[in-house]
Design a protein. Structure first.
Length: 94
């Protein structure tokens, strides 16, 4: 499994019960991947950002590098940095 696939976040959240807009829990990704036959073999915090509280007017797109709000509160969002991201490695046993 890899990143880069498009996801209709609103549909995902309503279907799988996630509460925070534009944020998906690790437990949800694990549950779905394991239900599809994948096995989690590694996790990394390399893309984690504890400063990201996932509560922004335009979701993750408020943060850099997108800055959806342009210059509004830009210094605040720059200080937070990019969104908190999970890095998970799954394999599908043969």
């Amino acid at each position: 499994m890899g990143e880069g696939e498009s996801l209709d976040v609103d549909h995902f959240h309503s279907r799988f019960g996630e509460k925070a807009a534009h944020a998906v829990k690790v437990s949800t990704v694990r549950r779905l991947a394991e239900a599809a036959g994948f096995r989690l073999v590694a996790m990394s915090e390399i893309n984690a950002n504890p400063l990201d509280n996932t509560d922004y007017p335009d979701g993750v797109w408020t943060l850099p590098p997108t800055y959806q709000l342009n210059d509004k509160d830009r210094a605040r969002y720059t200080a937070i940095g990019e969104s908190d991201r999970m890095t998970l490695k799954f394999v599908k046993p043969r």
